[in-house]
Design a protein around this ligand. Structure first.
Ligand code: NDP
Ligand code: 8X3
Length: 251
């Protein structure tokens, strides 16, 4: 039977690549993000292959998240796969110099936003006793690194919530798993460094990083296992990276 996936943060990077990968495999899509024009572009690109619905909301806007996700059009009302991907780092500074607005953004988007979206979708999965939730964590949620502080904390929370969801939703037959990528070349660093492209590009210089397609490939692998198999927790680095702090810039 044709499945439907809802992907947050589908306007760029990992979320967009996952939408493309899913479309290649015949999975219908609800693609979400704040930038409607990018959602429209992606829908135009993919709708020859699968059915695509776009939803523009800020995951921080609790009311709007619930209003939109609880009123999905009939063709998209059954969500088989939820990919909780929307998120970013905002800033990279020692805790004593951190910007409280950046802290709010990371906690509100990466943690609370993920919770709101999950809550809005879990009810229907619980009723059907089936569904698959993929949470995009980070190696930043496994290891703290200097200046990562609040981003680390937000991704440690995603790691904890991934486990917590797996425990609590187990009785409903809902699969829950996380991917924790290392450095992936997306718009992530552009956002972290507030549009400073030179600084952002430097992050990926001198070695081969992961690309969004690499993570999409892994996400598709996870969702395409038979229903009795749940890949619970998957850490993936570029070969050049051994940990959050060890990176071989010659690889
Ligand atoms: P991108 O910046 O390319 O994509 C981030 C996506 O999140 C965009 O589609 C953006 O859409 C969406 N988003 C951000 N803020 C909000 C918001 N307030 N409301 C709704 N959507 C939002 O980065 P990545 O693809 O790299 O990031 C995707 C996920 O992967 C994140 O959770 C990130 O933490 C994680 N990750 C990234 C790594 C990397 O090195 N790149 C490594 C490990 C994890 P829009 O702006 O249109 O709203
Ligand atoms: C993104 C990877 O190492 O920049 O989560 O935190 S890192």
């Amino acid at each position: 039977m044709t499945k439907t996936a809802l992907i947050t943060g589908a306007t760029s990077g990992i979320g967009k690549a996952t939408a493309e990968m899913f479309a290649d495999h015949g999975i219908n899509l609800v693609i979400c993000g704040r930038r409607q024009e990018r959602l429209d572009e992606l829908r135009n690109q993919l709708s020859e292959k699968v059915k695509v619905h776009t939803l523009s909301f800020d995951v921080r806007d609790k009311k709007d998240v619930f209003a939109k996700l609880e009123n999905l059009p009939q063709d998209f009302s059954v969500i088989d796969i939820l990919v909780n991907n929307a998120g970013n780092a905002h800033g990279l500074a020692p805790i004593q110099d951190g910007d409280v607005d950046d802290w709010d953004a990371m906690i509100d988007i990466n943690v609370k936003g993920l919770l709101y979206v999950s809550k809005a979708i879990i009810d229907q999965m619980k009723e059907r006793k089936s569904g698959h939730i993929i949470n995009i964590g980070s190696i930043a949620g496994k290891d703290v690194y200097p200046n990562g502080n609040v981003y680390n904390a937000s991704k440690f929370a995603v790691n904890a919530l991934n486990e917590a969801m797996r425990y609590d939703l187990n009785e409903f037959g809902i699969r829950v798993g996380a991917v924790h990528p290392g450095l992936v070349h997306t718009e992530f660093s552009e956002v972290r460094f507030k549009g400073d492209s030179e600084k952002a590009e430097n992050v990926y210089k001198g070695y081969t990083p992961l690309y969004a397609e690499d993570i999409a490939d892994i996400i598709y692998f996870m969702v395409s296992r038979k229903g009795s198999v749940n890949i619970a927790d998957l850490v993936v680095y570029p070969t050049a990276q051994a940990s959050a702090t060890i990176l071989n810039k010659k690889v």
